[in-house]
Design a protein around this ligand. Structure first.
Ligand code: FEO
Length: 398
């Protein structure tokens, strides 16, 4: 049975939620699942903007065929070739032999890498600013490389004033019935997963996000239609302000993230003592993460959110505790910048974790590492408490 959503007279979302997926990209936990949007425009020509992940293919076909009925599909616009939106392209080409695939040069290169399809006579290659007239609607393409892949482009429909924004403004998680951001408590119920999605999926390419904002600044937009999650039709600032902050790696608010890697609990105790001292000292917010048990995607999101970071790590095999190393490399890979950082190291013989953490952080731009590094020998003792006091004071003053 179909379960599509009508957005306006001639625009539908034929995507769906997948509540069985547990890891998006087989990397990021999505404990509640994931939504995939696919937009169908019924103009003089019929146009599908992106398809869906294999996990919801059956629902997608039900939705698509219910709306198209006996009509042919004239165009498939690929704003993003990642398989969570493109897995059904070979089948779309088979079912709709008159369908033309619209993409840019890079789209088609990657399409041929992923799928063995015969595009002879069925390709429309567009360039930046090119226009596709479909009847009443006029779609203009703006390239948005690396938001999230190199071939990404967004499409602006000047007739209905909709921006089909590809992965931009997407989210982890499903949508629960209400498909418009103005129907939900966005900040409470969706922003944390929108932030985690941004940080992990797009966070590395802030400069490109800023460029996209510059390109679309002059457009008269009444709706954002992203490929995952909520559709926006008002209060755009609730998401665009966040995107602009994240894209410039500006912290959203003051607060301290403490991430610790601890083997027997001694480094953890130092982290907990520091958290208490910060709270007692009046810090705006403190968040403590155990890197062994918490997925780095959540910690990365908090590092995008807050302005000060503490990394506390045991030494392990004369190296950095592996979960801490993994976290720091993840932060580096996502180009996190402009944060104040404090370090706590621990070791029982050849202490190495402080030096190893600093080596990674030194490769990141704009990281201010406080001088007050605490070095613990196996367990926290009296003098360490004084050092933690100093560290807390430095973080509060930073
Ligand atoms: Fe939703 Fe980059 O794929």
């Amino acid at each position: 049975m179909h379960n599509f959503r009508k957005i306006m007279d001639d625009l539908y979302n034929v995507g769906a939620n997948d509540r069985r997926i547990t890891l998006f990209e087989n990397a990021h936990p999505v404990p509640r699942g994931m939504s995939y949007n696919s937009y169908l425009l019924l103009d003089e020509k019929t146009v599908l903007l992106d398809a869906v992940d294999p996990g919801i293919a059956e629902q997608f076909w039900q939705n698509l065929s219910a709306i198209l009925n006996d009509r042919q599909l004239d165009y498939l616009i690929i704003t993003h070739i990642e398989p969570d939106h493109c897995s059904q392209i070979p089948e779309l080409m088979r079912r709709y032999p008159g369908m033309t695939v619209v993409g840019n040069k890079k789209t088609f290169t990657m399409l041929n890498q992923f799928y063995e399809v015969d595009l002879e006579g069925r390709m429309l290659e567009v360039k930046e600013g090119d226009v596709l007239e479909t009847g009443k609607h006029t779609l203009t393409f703006y390239f948005a490389p690396m938001v999230h892949w190199p071939e990404v482009m967004v499409a602006y429909d000047s007739y209905s004033k909709v921006l089909f924004s590809a992965d931009a403004f997407g989210t982890f998680g499903p949508i629960d019935g209400a498909m418009y951001a103005d129907q939900v408590n966005f900040e409470e119920d969706y922003l944390p997963e929108v932030r985690r999605y941004y940080a992990n999926i797009i966070g590395k390419y802030g400069r490109n996000v800023t460029t996209l904002f510059e390109k679309i600044a002059g457009l008269d937009i009444e709706m954002f239609c992203p490929l995952h999650g909520l559709i926006w039709r008002k209060d755009f600032h609730l998401i665009t302000d966040k995107y602009k902050q994240w894209a410039s790696y500006t912290p959203e608010e003051r607060g301290v993230v403490i991430a610790y890697g601890s083997i027997y609990g001694n480094t953890a105790l130092a982290a907990e003592i520091l958290a208490n001292k910060l709270a007692d000292g009046g810090v705006e917010k403190v968040v403590v993460h155990n890197v062994s048990s918490e997925h780095p995607s959540y910690i990365l999101a908090d590092c995008f959110r807050y302005d000060r970071l503490v990394f506390a790590s045991a030494t392990f095999n004369a190296e950095l505790f592996p979960y801490m190393e993994s976290l720091l490399l993840d932060l580096k890979a996502h180009n996190l910048t402009n944060r104040t950082v404090a370090l706590i190291e621990n070791g029982s013989w050849a202490v190495a974790s402080g030096r190893k953490m600093r080596e990674i952080l030194d490769q990141m731009k704009g990281m201010t590492i406080l001088e007050q590094t605490l070095s613990i020998k196996s367990s926290v003792k009296g003098p360490d408490l004084e050092a933690l006091d100093e560290l807390a004071k430095a973080l509060l003053a930073a």
